[in-house]
Design a protein around this ligand. Structure first.
Ligand code: GDP
Ligand code: MG
Length: 333
């Protein structure tokens, strides 16, 4: 795909053409280097409000996300949802699609749902999702909700890219302990006890309060982290969740405008996100099929494997070679 094609798709997508938007997101997921680069060059440079919805499987993330879409639509906001499943292109997205349909949002042109999987691509989702968010922003969406399955590192990844991270838990699943293990509690801005119509709500809330307290003592948690109750299946507590997201967003904006320095949570998050994208890009430049740096890497690997060179010097040669390569590469415009 050449630059002019991407430009045309972007223009059509901005005018509300959903097929053009779907094709752009396919470029994001599966596109060749030149297309992705062309797309990136055309996208506006500015943040889009991103809300991460994370938590263990079965806690009600998809149901809650669909309900939240309704609350945000009621405020007149245009809402896109990315269902991110690092393992499978089928599960998360299909289910979420069902929930959204059940809520009657499918006929609403202010709502767009798409599932994304890594498809084994290097640098994978951590690179594709932020780019997809920019595409959605350029296509007129005010909010992008990113639902991710709660498996290990992906929760932390989504937190790194979202402006506001909502950690969803449910009573009776032992999630409190899980959350603490994965380190997600530390990056969550809002905690939600969903399935609040079930028993065990107080016990979970007490457990969370204890963990937040501990987190504050160790400095892992700063600022206000509200704990809300929702019943996603009937919408109870969902407007309060939308309000808490808004408050958290405003607090973030406030603290970055107040210039709270490099130690602040906003800075830490920005640092994680930029580093993750740089690392993903470097990996892709070196080892994606036909990657410009593939030969550099292959030579270094062979040298080390054959005992010609130590790994430290080999790695340094790759970094210097990559720097030259990037400096000399002319973008395809
Ligand atoms: N009783 C009850 N069930 C819920 C609630 N929210 C979701 N569920 C149900 O929990 C199951 C898992 O929900 P889902 O949204 O797919 O969870 P996810 O895996 O976290 O995305 C579904 O059967 C939902 O209908 C709730 O607030 N109360
Ligand atoms: Mg789900």
């Amino acid at each position: 795909m050449v630059r002019t094609d991407v430009a045309e798709l972007l223009e059509r997508s901005g005018a509300g053409d959903r097929r053009a938007l779907a094709r752009l997101l396919t470029v994001v997921e599966d596109g060749d280097d030149a297309s992705r680069r062309a797309l990136l060059a055309l996208l506006p440079r500015g943040p889009v409000r991103t809300v991460g919805m994370t938590g263990a499987p079965g806690v009600g993330k998809s149901t809650l996300t669909a309900a939240l879409v309704g609350a945000l639509r009621a405020q007149g906001r245009r809402v896109a949802v990315l269902a991110v499943d690092p393992s499978s292109p089928l599960t998360g997205g299909a289910l979420l699609g069902d929930r959204i349909r059940m809520q009657g949002h499918h006929a609403d042109e202010g709502v767009y749902v798409r599932s994304m999987a890594s498809r084994g691509q290097l640098g994978g989702l951590s690179a594709a999702v932020p780019l997809a968010v920019l595409v959605l922003g350029a296509s007129g969406f005010d909010d992008v909700l990113v639902e991710t399955v709660g498996v290990g590192q992906s929760e932390v990844d989504v937190a790194a890219l979202a402006d506001v991270t909502v950690l969803v838990l449910a009573p009776g699943l032992g999630d409190g302990v899980q959350a603490a293990k994965a380190g997600v509690l530390e990056v969550a801005d809002v905690l939600v006890v969903n399935r609040a119509d079930r028993s065990g709500v107080e016990a979970l809330e007490a457990e969370l309060a204890g963990m937040l307290e501990l987190g504050r003592l160790t400095g892992a948690v700063d600022g206000d982290v509200p704990v809300l109750r929702t019943v996603a299946v009937n919408g109870e507590g969902v407007p309060a969740l939308a309000a808490a997201i808004e408050t958290s967003m405003a607090a973030r904006r406030g603290s970055s405008e107040a210039g709270e320095g490099s130690g602040s949570r906003v800075h830490q998050r920005a640092r994680r996100l930029v580093l993750a994208l740089v690392e993903g890009e470097v990996r892709r430049l070196l080892s994606a099929p036909d990657a410009p740096g593939a030969q550099l890497l292959a030579r270094a690997v062979a040298d080390v494997a054959e005992g010609e060179l130590d790994a430290v010097h080999a790695a340094q040669a790759v970094v210097l070679g990559l720097a030259d390569l990037v400096r000399n590469s002319v973008p395809s415009d």
